[in-house]
Design a protein around this ligand. Structure first.
Ligand code: AHM
Ligand code: MG
Length: 345
């Protein structure tokens, strides 16, 4: 008879982890649960996206007579609803909203966390049936009472309490860390439960994937151009030439590299010196996960986790993935593009 591992659900796992802290009152457990619940609803909608045309979505009314929303707007509303209703957070920053959404929860005066989120990242990929994701950062508030404030949100990654992402792919997974390793949970769609499938995730030592939008090559800094050429050289010892893979959904590109081993780069360019990705809810959460998985995340020079955000939607260049690959890319940046180092300006 074969022995099968007992299924561990996300809820069980989080509760067990939190119980190890004697001071923990279960607030973070509930908050992560709220996020998982919203993710399941978004997942249902993402899976039905291909039916939009035949069921008459987009601009028309649905069966209930409500106007159909674009998926990213829908996702944003679901996460805000879940977080507001859950009672454990007092402010939300979202890619979809210019300002923070802050509130005093009617059920509790606690709400000791704030959440920064990109509800549906890579949304340009939806219509092509390509993987998309949700990325989130959780911080402890700095102010004492009342609705959360901007200063509660503008914290560097080193202050993160938890971070994670959901990938809506060939299967749907939730991957998160609270600073004690990275664990991945796959959604069993038949019962709607996230089950632990990828315990203690780590970048593989041997890695050979590089992910970057090479269409922007002429706008890249010299350091990135030279690094790309390095990736393409023939050197069996270092597994080069590397394989190029770029989905255009950061969550999916990062997740693949975490599983298979690789580096993802979205650099600053001559057109966008700070790159495209947002520090608070795109770069920081994946940086925390990367570090917890034995990898590294930088802006080419400085640790992403130590950058102090000054504004809500601030952008940062991102070099992230297997540690030695990121360090090699940084070497090229330091040597050929020192002018891009924002810390020296
Ligand atoms: P979005 O938040 O508007 O979806 O943009 C972020 C996405 C990332 O998921 C992805 O890595 C990047 O944009 C792709 O950008 P590009 O098309 O410039 O390569
Ligand atoms: Mg995004």
């Amino acid at each position: 008879m074969t022995t099968r591992n007992r299924i561990k659900t996300l809820t069980q796992f989080v509760v067990e982890r939190q119980a190890e802290y004697s001071q923990a009152k279960g607030a973070l457990t509930r908050l992560l649960n709220d996020i998982a619940t919203a993710a399941k609803i978004v997942n249902r909608e993402v899976n039905a996206a291909g039916l939009a045309d035949i069921l008459g979505f987009e601009g028309s009314d649905n069966i209930q007579g409500e106007a159909q929303k674009k998926l990213d707007v829908f996702a944003n509303e679901r996460f805000i609803e879940a977080l507001k209703g859950g009672g454990e957070c007092c402010a939300i920053a979202s890619e979809e909203n210019e300002k923070i959404i802050s509130f005093q929860n009617e059920f509790s005066d606690l709400g000791k966390y704030v959440v920064a989120i990109d509800p549906l990242d890579g949304s340009s990929n939806i219509e092509a049936n390509v993987s998309i994701g949700t990325v989130f950062s959780i911080y402890r508030r700095k102010s004492d009472v009342g609705p959360g404030k901007l200063e509660d949100m503008l914290q560097p990654g080193v202050n993160l309490v938890a971070a994670g992402y959901v990938i809506y792919g060939s299967s749907t997974m939730l991957v998160y860390t609270t600073g004690r390793g990275v664990n991945g949970f796959t959604l069993d769609p038949s019962v709607g439960i996230f089950c632990l499938s990828h315990p203690e995730m780590k970048f593989p030592e041997t890695s050979n994937i590089y992910s970057i939008n090479e269409g922007n090559y002429i706008y890249f800094p010299e350091g990135v151009k030279k690094y790309i050429k390095y990736c393409q050289e023939d050197d069996a010892k270092t597994l080069r030439p590397y394989t190029s893979r770029y989905i255009g959904s950061m969550v999916a590109d990062f997740h693949r590299n975490l599983i298979k081993g690789g580096i993802f780069i979205y650099p600053g360019t001559t057109k966008q010196p700070k790159g495209k990705l947002r520090l608070l809810y795109e770069c920081c959460p994946v940086a925390y996960i990367a570090e917890q998985a034995g990898g590294k995340a930088s802006d080419g020079f400085n640790r992403i986790m130590e950058i102090q955000p000054k504004t809500l939607h601030q952008r940062a260049p991102l070099f992230i993935g297997q540690k030695s690959m990121v360090e090699k890319a940084e070497e090229f940046m330091v040597k050929y593009s020192p002018e891009m180092n924002s810390a020296k300006k």
